[in-house]
Design a protein around this ligand. Structure first.
Ligand SMILES: Nc1ncnc2c1ncn2[C@@H]1O[C@H](COP(=O)(O)OP(=O)(O)OP(=O)(O)O)[C@@H](O)[C@H]1O
Length: 374
């Protein structure tokens, strides 16, 4: 298994130095496969890992080479949401039930990239996840929604291997992952994370941010890395910003740079592994138009999309945690609704608007009355 941009928690000292993000912004954590980054301008803590109080707030997590298998050519159409080929008709359900797709699990033959099975997670006396179960399949664009504090970011971190469940299992390509990400756990799936804050290293240029993994963990010549950086930036529609500092970018541009950083890879490495990217509130804080740009970018780097250069995307599947209605409508095909620590409803994006599930209805309408208590 090739690993040029590999990164994992194994062997890392959580107190180690990595570049920091601006003060007040959740800190970045680079999690790398082998040695610690040598060019580490500043020290940061590792919030959120191993039971800390803060949030982990950065990009790429585990990995080996990038890849995808079949490239589908259908382009996301602005005027109509492109639902996955295996469109599922859902039944509605009462509160607390999960609406089941009429297509059974057995009928959906796409490969399961990640499965969470009966996952529990508590922080002290706060029981956040209480039996969360779901699957993410090849080619999917899945949204995780639900009330604040319900554990959406927590489940992303568990899927990424940054956080271990107290109980339950996470399967990566059918193989059970024990504890946090480790060499043994790497199994043909590269997982990228783009956290809520773009979490760029504020003391590094865009070039250094995007190429960070390759500068630190590959033997590629600098010219080649610059070429890959430019290529990755071009795929998210950015040109000529390589030498800028994050402070010289708008919020939307920072998110695009973070996306470029999540998808860059060493193109010499055999493209034999799938890539799954998880986005934690990628459009939070953006104006509606900037949100649309980011939503379309997320689509464009998916295998069903086409990036800014007109090339097919290489992300096999992605998961988006979001509160934004526009992002729900525009960037994902299927939704998982997390509440009280479990997936209480799942369905196609279109069904989010029509389901009679009282939990979903209350949430969609922003109503104070209903089963969700604040
Ligand atoms: N490392 C941690 N230590 C202690 N509590 C934590 C930790 N990480 C998360 N929590 C708590 O777990 C709960 C769920 O947090 P999480 O960020 O997963 O929720 P969320 O659904 O993503 O929320 P939001 O929609 O507001 O972003 C919160 O109450 C949070 O304070």
């Amino acid at each position: 298994m090739a690993f040029s941009t590999a990164c994992t928690l194994s062997g890392r000292n959580p107190g180690s130095s990595v570049p920091s993000t601006p003060s007040g912004v959740p800190l970045s954590v680079g999690i790398f496969h082998s040695s610690l980054p040598s060019k580490s301008p500043q020290r940061v803590d590792w919030p959120g890992i191993g039971g800390g109080q803060g949030r982990v707030s950065t990009t790429y997590v585990s990995c080996s080479s990038s890849a995808s298998t079949t490239r589908l050519s259908s382009r996301h159409d602005d005027s109509s949401l492109m639902l996955n080929g295996n469109a599922k008709q859902l039944e509605t359900a009462e509160a607390g039930d999960v609406s089941r797709p009429r297509m059974t699990e057995e009928e959906d033959e796409r490969e399961i990239l990640i499965e969470c099975r009966d996952v529990y997670k508590s922080f002290g006396s706060k029981h956040i996840l209480r039996g969360a179960s779901f699957k993410i399949r090849e080619g999917e664009a899945v949204g995780i929604i639900g009330p604040s504090g319900t554990g959406k970011s927590t489940i992303l971190r568990i899927m990424a291997g940054l956080l271990a469940p107290d109980q339950g299992e996470v399967y990566i390509m059918g193989k059970m992952r024990k504890g946090l990400i480790s060499d043994e756990a790497l199994s043909g799936l590269r997982i990228g994370l783009v956290f809520q804050s773009a979490a760029l290293f504020d003391s590094l240029t865009v070039r250094e941010n995007v190429g960070f993994m390759l500068y630190e963990h590959s033997d590629l010549p600098k010219e080649k890395i610059l070429e890959l950086v430019k290529d990755s930036l071009a795929s998210v529609g950015l040109k000529g910003v390589e030498d800028r500092l994050p402070s010289e970018l708008s919020g939307g541009m920072k998110k695009r740079v973070a996306l470029a950083r999540a998808i860059i890879s060493d193109d010499r490495v055999e493209q034999s592994e799938r890539e799954l990217v998880m986005y934690d509130e990628p459009t939070a804080g953006l104006d509606p138009i900037a949100s649309t740009v980011v939503e379309d970018l997320i689509r464009s780097v998916h295998i069903n999309g086409q990036d800014a250069r007109g090339k097919a995307g290489k992300i096999s599947s992605y998961v988006v945690v979001t509160h934004q209605h526009s992002t729900i409508r525009r960037a994902v095909d299927r939704l998982l609704f997390l509440h009280d620590g479990k997936v209480v409803w799942e369905g196609l994006t279109a069904e989010f608007e029509t389901t009679t599930n009282p939990i979903v209805r209350q949430f969609a309408n922003g109503s104070l009355r209903g089963p969700i208590r604040y």
